[in-house]
Structures are given as C-alpha cells and as structure tokens.
Design a protein around this ligand. Structure first.
Ligand code: MOS
Length: 738
C-alpha cells in the first residue's frame, strides 16, 4: 500500500508526553472548569424502575439557599430528538430526551434538575424535591426479561454458513453449553461531567467525552443550530471504557439549563448514577453448540446470544462477532437478539460483544477439547484458519500461531498435566487455562493539521481524544518520524471539536485512523515549507521544490546546503508552514482486518480457606506494528486487570422485586485492586506490521487484551477444581458448592 519506511521512533518506548501536565494538575478535566458566575446543577433521579411521575413538590427545595431554578418535565425547554438509528449517526444514547414527559423507564432516570449557586446547595436542594410516582411492575433482570418476553432477533448482525444444526446432530462429538454474563458497569475514575456555557447563541461544552466531534454534532441537532456554533472540548478524560463514547442525558440537561438560566452550568453525574444513566455492558445469555469430526476439526458451531436493552432504545451486544471468523468451521451460525428491561440504555464497554462473547466461545472450546480428550491449545491449533470464512477474505496479517507458540513457551504450557486438580503447590491447587483473543481492526475517516513553526517546533492537531491511552504521545511520535524533529519540540492538541475532524476514541481505531492523517499532514507541511524555501527570498530560491529533501528538521538541496525548517521560515518572516490532510476509512474489499492473541492464565485455589486468585498471566498479542512499547503494553496490562475483574468480581445487581440497583457504588461493586493482581503479568507484543491496513502497519490495541481473559481464567479454574463455571463472575460460592 505504501513505500513508507518508519524510523526508530515508531515502536520505541516513550513516556506519555502529557504525563507532566497530569502530575502537576495542569490537565483540565471537564469538571475542573470554574467559569465566572458558574452555577451548578444536580439531578433528582427516579427511585422507581418503571411507572410515571404523578406529582413533583418543589416547595421545600425552592426555599433552599442559592437555588436558581428547578427543571422537570413540566418546566424544560423544547428540544429536538436525534435520529434513533445507529449511534454513528449522531444520536443521544436514548431515543427520548431528558424531561420529555412524565414516564419513568428505569431507576436513575433524571426526573428533575436543580440549578443553584454552588454544588453543595444544588445537591442539598435536590434531596428536598418530592416526587410521587405511580409505579409499574419492573423487569429488573435478564432472567425476568427472558421469562416475560420473546427476544427480538437482529438478523443484520447475524451470520450463517452451511447447515450448523444438522451438522451438529450428525457429528460424532458434540457439546452444548449455555453461558451467562452479568451486567457490568464502566467505572472510570473521572465521573461523567459537563460544563456548559452559551456565548451569543453559540454553545461551548467541556464534556468528559471520548468523541468531541460526535458530541458536537449531537448537540447541534438537539438544539437545532449549525454544528459550527457548537464547540465540545475534552482535552483530558479520566478514561471512559466506552461509557463516554456517546451522549447521555446529563450533557443535554446541562447545556439546556445553561441556556435557560443565562449562566455557565456545571453538572457532575454522581457515582451511583453512573450505574444507571450513563450506560453499561448488558447481561447476556449465550448458547453454544460445537461439534467435531474424529480428528478434532470443528464441523459445527452455533452461538446464539441474547442481551437486555432498555425501554427507550435498542442496543445489541454482538457476542458472536468473533465467533464468525476465529476458527475454521464449515457449518456455523451466529445470532443476536434483545429483550427490554427497565435499565438505562446499555452501551459499548471495552471490547463490546467480544468480551462476553469470547468468554462463552473460549470456554466452549475448552469444553469441546476436553470432550475429545485433546489439549486445549492443540485443539485451537487444529482449527486455525488464515481466511475469514464469514467474509470469504484472507486476513490481512495473522500471527495467531506465533502467539500460541510464544505464549505457551513463556508460560511453560508443555508442563501442564491435563487431569483437573493434578497440579499442586502445598495447600494450593494450581489451574492452568488458556484462551484466544480477537478484535476487529477498524480505520475511519480522519482530518489532521500539522504546522512547522518559526520557533523550531511543530504543532499537530486533530479532533480525536487521548483517553489516557497515549494518543498525544503517538501523534507526536508520528510527527517526529516524518519531520525528524525531536519529541520535545512537538506540541500536540487533541480533544476540541474545532480542530480538524477526528474519530471517537473507541473500537481501538484511534491509532490506525489518526496516525496516517497526521503523517500526511506533516508531509504536506514540509511541501509547503519547500514551496516557501524555493520562492522569492527563500533559502533555496531558484531551486525546484521537488529536488529538496528533508531529514532531522532540515531541508537540503543535495549539493551540501542544509537549512533548518525554522531558519527557512525566519528568513521570510513567516510564522509557520501548514499542512492539512484527509485520510479515508479502510474498506474490506481485499482483506479482513483483525487482531489476534492468546492468554495463558494460572490460578491458585486454596480449598481449605476458599481462596481463589489469578497468580500469573502471559499474553501474546498480534496487533500489527506497535507504535509505542510502553503505552501499548500498558493497554494490554490494563485490559488484563479489567479481564480479571470481569472473571472474578464485576456484577451490577438489580433487586428483582423493586427493580432498583443494589450495588451502585464503589464499595459494593467490586473491581480488582492491587491485592488481586497476579504476581506476574507478561505481555508479549508480536509486532508484525500490517501494511495492507495503513502506512504505519498498526491495528490498534485498546480492547483486545480483555477479550478471552475471563475464559482463560474460567478454564484455569476448571483445571484446578473440575468445576465448569458458566456464569460470571466466578465467585467463591460457585466453587464451594459440591
Ligand atoms: Mo471502546 S468500548 O470502543 O471505548
């Protein structure tokens, strides 16, 4: 695709260039903006799961100090809905807008919004808003949803080839298993927050957002104004894991309130309502059937998934998205269906579809291997394919076998004895499990701008975001790579919708999307500089621009004359030489672009004291070219920690009687802490550039690390205990039952 040859800065280990700002507290997050005359908003959230508001008594709340206004369904400006089709088409993540009517569809729904002079006053007054409800029976859990309704199929995300049902029935070896995953809630450290103000009809919104361009477009539609009159800024966020990809009701409420009260308004979503009104990974119910021939080759594979969605929108958790193409199998079906529940709308959470989907698939692969008495790793090797059979296209680059080999070697897999409970270390039973991991590689449209400046620095901007992953740093690396300027002379600004249009930081596509646009913009900036240099009064006046070469921050004519970029500009009294670029989305006409990998997990189970822990993880990951060893390895290490949470702890619970959330707080919603981390986490990045995908050969790394991890843990637990846990999380009670 490209004859691009990258230098040593691509693939190097570099600390985050934004690190010092964060350490010094100079990195402003959405709620760090304290604007003159700013008011604070605090929500009143529904305490019922389903029903309607029959009355709101504001008398006590209105009398509280500092209260400016209180909004609710009878007192809120009329706004416009956004299209309720696919999210990329710029919609609010619920079909309805906040305060549209008296109906309540889920607990935690905004039912009123108090605006006051201070945060404390707004919150105090919010506690004094009395809301009466007529309460309906709620659907609070996946089990209740399945009892009460028929799932709605979503054929567009399904796939069938061959005849999986007959092939399964006719095969000599087969298994059928059902796996259940719970609702999980994104818990980024930084809470959702909006700081909004209006300036002569223009909206400025500081939003904790993974997608400023998307957010700008949604706000423009909601308020019925051109996108040019909205600016969304999110230079730093305390991560999001998908919960900050789209727009939730609080952002609309904050912007509307700011316009109504004629002052800047800040609204922070309290932690407990981050469990209800800003998305979650929905619970899933997945039925898998696998069958093999006598040689361990898969003959049939079906993966039928159901998830809950909300009453106000449809979100499909595509649990079969990897199953379609990870292994060779002639007869295969993947299907997805949804059931409504009285929850807020679910959304993407790190590796949506794939994380719960590969828990099921890779657990089932382990069960199938056991059924045919084959080593689980050998079973996967036996079903390896270099063709995406769902698209009938070759993978652009696949090194899954190398991931298996190197991961197994480093882990010591060959020393595994297959019998459950057969490996011991004094009181502890050791379990070894493995699983493949898998994620799609996507690349979107992107614009970028790079300027070479008279002070010897370069400036790069793009309206994508760094959500803590290292995007600032790798953008600087790309500029450095092209221009030859050192990293410390490159300034990068992201996270402002007024910059050239960039992608949401999601789907692991920011790297593959942004870097080619940045690189092309840098080349265009150098071209502009060459034009200046060869014009009147320029350092190379009279030469042809295309005879000049560039390296290490200088232009050269090949006859011994070299001039610094800055010098070229200074001679002409020019501030900068600018380059802009647009790079297109990738299409899969020729190739299927996916990333691969393998996790090897050791758990230790002490039955005497019922203690289960993950003691060792080796992960070999094939994501194409790694841009920055440090930030890339961090992504996988973080995903492994999150995967341990998924395997052992995370579970958002609703009371099946009241429909209310049970553990919507940091104390009772368990996430892994330091004490839960393995003694060893070993991340092997295979680092084979995928130049068919983009000029850097990078496929992205944010999500793949969590895929398959929970299955590897469950498989290790089975190896230690003989118990096959098909319902996450793997809590001790499930292991103590005999
Ligand atoms: Mo990721 S779930 O696309 O932020």
């Amino acid at each position: 695709m490209s004859d691009y040859k990258h230098g040593k800065i691509i693939g190097a280990s570099r600390s985050r260039i934004d690190g010092p700002k964060k350490l010094r507290g100079d990195a402003p997050y959405a709620a760090d903006h304290h604007l003159p005359n700013m008011a604070h908003a605090y929500g009143v959230f529904s305490t019922v799961a389903s029903g309607r508001i029959t009355g709101i008594d504001l008398s006590e709340a209105r009398a509280m100090p500092g209260v400016i206004d209180i909004f609710h369904h009878d007192h809120f400006p009329s706004l416009y809905r956004t299209p309720s089709t696919f999210k990329q088409e710029n919609k609010v993540d619920e079909t309805r807008l906040p305060f549209e009517d008296a109906k309540v569809h889920y607990p935690g729904q905004f039912v009123a919004l108090v605006v006051a002079d201070t945060f404390a006053n707004a919150r105090d007054a919010s506690y004094r808003v009395r809301v009466d409800y007529e309460e309906d029976e709620a659907i609070a859990t996946l089990a209740q949803a399945m009892e009460r309704g028929e799932p709605t199929p979503h054929a567009d995300s399904g796939h069938t080839r061959g005849d999986p049902d007959s092939a399964w029935s006719d095969a000599p070896h087969r298994i059928e298993s059902t796996y259940v995953t719970p609702m999980e809630t994104h818990n980024p450290m930084e809470m959702h927050a909006s700081t909004a103000y209006w300036d002569k009809g223009d909206l400025v919104l500081y939003e904790a957002s993974q997608g400023v361009v998307f957010a700008r477009n949604v706000m423009a539609k909601v308020f019925g104004i051109p996108p040019e009159r909205v600016d969304v800024r999110s230079p730093f966020i305390g991560s999001g894991f998908g919960s900050k990809l789209w727009i939730w009701p609080h952002a609309v409420a904050a912007a509307a309130a700011a316009r109504e009260v004629g002052r800047p308004v800040q609204l922070v979503v309290p932690r407990e309502e981050m469990f209800t009104t800003t998305g979650h990974r929905p619970p899933t119910h997945q039925t898998l059937r696998l069958a093999t021939d006598a040689n361990g080759k898969l003959q049939a594979l079906s993966h039928d998934g159901i998830n809950t969605t909300s009453m106000v929108n449809t979100y499909v958790e595509k649990t079969g998205s990897c199953t379609k193409s990870l292994y060779a199998c002639p007869n295969l079906r993947v299907s997805h269906a949804t059931l409504p529940a009285n929850h807020g709308t679910p959304t993407s959470m790190r590796a949506p579809g794939a994380a719960p989907g590969l828990f099921a698939l890779e657990s089932a692969m382990d069960e199938m291997a056991e059924a045919i008495d084959m080593d689980p790793l050998e079973f996967r090797r036996a079903n390896y394919t270099e063709t995406d059979e769902s698209l009938d296209l070759p993978f652009s680059s696949i090194h899954l076998m190398e991931a298996f080999d190197r991961g197994a070697e480093k882990f010591g897999w060959s020393k595994r004895t297959p019998e459950p409970g057969s490996m011991r270390d004094s009181d502890e039973i050791i379990g070894w499990g493995m699983a493949a991991c898998n994620w799609e590689a996507l690349k979107m449209d992107c614009d970028a701008r790079v300027s070479l400046r008279a002070d010897g620095t370069a400036f790069a901007s793009c309206a994508t975001q760094d959500i803590g992953t290292g995007t600032y740093t790798i953008v600087a690396q790309a500029v450095s790579d092209i221009t030859g300027l050192p990293l410390d002379r490159i300034e990068v600004e992201l996270g402002d919708s007024s910059y050239p249009s960039g992608p949401v930081s999601g789907g692991s596509w920011a790297t593959a999307t942004t870097l080619p646009a940045i690189a092309q913009a840098a080349r265009n900036a150098i071209d502009a500089l060459k034009t200046y240099a060869t014009g009147d009064g320029g350092a190379f006046s009279g030469s042809e621009a295309d005879t000049l070469t560039f390296a290490d921050g200088t232009l050269s004519d090949g006859n011994g004359k070299s001039v610094d970029y800055a010098e070229v500009l200074n001679q002409l009294k020019l501030a900068n030489a600018d380059g802009e670029a647009h790079t297109p989305a990738a299409t899969n006409d020729e190739y299927s672009f996916r990333s691969f990998g393998a996790h090897f997990v050791e758990i230790r189970w002490d039955p005497g004291i019922s203690n289960l822990r993950v003691s060792r993880v080796v992960s070999a990951i094939d994501v194409g070219q790694v841009i920055n060893q440090t930030t890339a390895a961090n992504q996988v290490e973080g995903a492994i920690a999150m995967g341990i949470g998924m395997a052992l702890f995370e579970n958002t619970e609703y009371d099946s009687r009241s429909g209310r959330p049970v553990n919507n707080n940091y104390a009772e919603y368990l996430v892994p802490v330091h004490a839960d981390q393995p003694e060893e986490v070993d991340v092997i990045l295979l680092d084979h550039p995928d130049y068919a995908f983009n000029e850097f050969g990078a496929r992205g790394i944010g999500e793949i690390g969590i895929t398959g991890l929970a299955a590897a843990v469950a498989n290790a637990v089975h190896h230690a205990t003989g118990k096959r846990i098909r319902e996450l999380p793997i809590t001790l009670d499930k292991l103590m039952v005999t």
